[in-house]
Design a protein around this ligand. Structure first.
Ligand code: SF4
Length: 354
C-alpha cells in the first residue's frame, strides 16, 4: 500500500449557518420550540417577519432569479409540519422522517434543486413531538421487524442542528426504540451538539465525501473534506455506527488518482476502531434533463460535465429517467472503488453501487 498522502491547502473553517432573515408561521408559536426560536432570533437581532404559510413567503431580496435563489438559501422559515404521512425511502430505509427541508449548501448537483423547485428556503419544523410520535406509530405497525428512518431526504439535518436541536431529539427518541433505527448523511462538520446524544447505537451517522477536485469545484458552502473527516472521528469516538456515502462518483481528469487519494487519506486519518464496522454507499453521478437546466441557470459557470453523448439513459419511475454513465464507464468506476475499498478498508461493508 502506498503511503503517499496529498496535503490539502488550509482553508478557513466553515462557520455554522446563521440565517439572514427568518419567517415564522403563526402556528409555530404554539409550540415550545417555536417560542424558543423566536427568542433566539430576537436576541440575535435577526430580521423577523410573520407569514401565513411558507407558501406565502414574499420579499426575499435579489434583483435576479439567481440572487433570489442565493438569498432564499440564507432564509429560514419556522413552521409546522402539517402532513404526518412519511414518504418511503427505499432501499436504505423504510421511511423518510421530516425534520427540516432545504439546505444552506450550494452543491451544484444537489437533488433539492429540482425537488424543492422554486422554494429553496430552509424550513424547520417545530412540532417535533408529533413527528416523533408518528415515527413511533410506524415502528409499532411493523414490530417485531426493524423500521429504519432516513433523516436526510429533504435537507442536510446537521446543517441547522445548532439552531433547532431536532436531530438530537430524534436520535434520542430512536435510541429508546427497540425496533427503530435512524440514519442520515451530512456534508457539514458541526457535529458537537450530537456527540452526547443517547443514541444506543441505533443511529448510523454518515458523511458524504468525495475526491478533493469534486468537493472544491462543486460543493461550495459545505465543510471541507478535512473538517468532515475530523468530525467523523469525533462521531466514531462518541460510539455511533459510522458510514460514508461517496457521491456523486464523478469521472474528472485523473479521477482514479483522486479517489485513491481520498480513500488513502480517509484510512490514514480515521481512528482504527472506527474503520472496523464502517459502511460505504457508492452512487455514480446522474442528472435529469430538468436538473441540468436548473443547474445551468443557477450555476452558469459550473464545470460539471453533463454531456448526453457520454451518458446512457436509465428509465425511472413515472417515466422520469436519468442520465448515468455508460455501462463500461460505470463498471470501471465500480471496479476501481471496490478495489480501493478492499485495499484501504478490508473489513468495511459496501452497501451498494448505483
Ligand atoms: Fe444539497 Fe446536501 Fe449539498 Fe445541502 S449539503 S446543498 S442537501 S447536496
Amino acid at each position: 500500500m502506498s503511503t503517499h498522502i496529498i496535503e490539502i491547502p488550509h482553508k478557513p473553517r466553515l462557520v455554522p449557518f446563521e440565517p439572514d432573515q427568518v419567517f415564522f408561521e403563526p402556528g409555530a408559536l404554539h409550540y415550545p420550540l417555536g417560542q424558543e426560536l423566536l427568542a433566539r432570533f430576537k436576541a440575535k437581532g435577526t430580521p423577523i417577519q410573520m407569514t401565513t404559510s411558507h407558501n406565502q413567503v414574499r420579499g426575499i431580496p435579489g434583483e435576479t432569479e439567481v440572487e433570489q435563489y442565493r438569498n432564499a438559501k440564507r432564509t429560514l422559515v419556522v413552521g409546522v409540519r402539517k402532513t404526518l404521512k412519511f414518504d418511503t425511502s427505499k432501499p436504505s430505509a423504510e421511511y423518510a422522517i421530516p425534520l427540516s427541508t432545504g439546505c444552506m449548501g450550494h452543491c451544484h448537483y444537489c437533488y433539492l434543486q429540482t425537488t424543492l423547485g422554486a422554494k429553496p428556503y430552509i424550513r424547520a419544523y417545530v412540532n417535533i413531538d408529533e413527528i416523533l410520535a408518528q415515527a413511533g406509530e410506524y415502528i409499532a405497525e411493523r414490530t417485531p421487524q426493524i423500521t429504519r428512518f432516513e433523516a436526510a431526504c429533504t435537507s442536510d439535518p446537521v446543517g441547522i442542528e445548532h439552531i433547532t436541536g431536532n436531530l438530537k431529539r430524534c436520535i434520542e427518541y430512536i435510541g429508546q426504540q427497540k425496533y427503530g433505527r435512524l440514519r442520515f448523511v451530512t456534508k457539514f462538520a458541526h457535529v458537537e451538539p450530537l456527540l452526547d446524544a443517547q443514541h444506543n447505537g441505533h443511529t448510523r451517522f454518515r458523511f458524504s465525501i468525495n475526491a478533493d477536485y469534486v468537493i472544491k469545484n462543486f460543493e461550495p458552502a459545505t465543510s471541507t473534506f478535512l473538517e468532515r473527516i475530523e468530525a467523523a472521528g469525533k462521531v466514531a469516538r462518541a460510539g455511533y455506527p459510522l458510514g460514508f456515502i461517496i457521491a456523486p462518483l464523478y469521472r474528472f481528469d485523473g479521477w482514479q488518482d483522486g479517489y485513491r487519494d481520498l480513500l488513502e487519506r480517509l484510512a490514514h486519518m480515521l481512528p482504527d476502531d472506527a474503520k472496523q464496522n464502517v459502511t460505504f454507499e457508492l452512487i455514480q453521478h446522474r442528472y435529469t434533463k430538468t436538473a441540468k437546466a436548473v443547474i445551468e441557470k443557477r450555476y452558469p459557470k459550473t464545470k460539471l460535465e453533463m454531456n448526453e453523448e457520454n451518458r446512457q439513459y436509465k428509465w425511472g419511475r413515472y417515466g422520469r429517467g436519468k442520465y448515468v454513465y455508460k455501462k463500461e464507464a460505470a463498471a470501471e468506476l465500480e471496479e476501481t472503488l471496490h478495489h480501493l475499498l478492499d485495499l484501504y478498508f478490508p473489513t468495511a461493508k459496501i452497501e451498494y453501487f448505483t
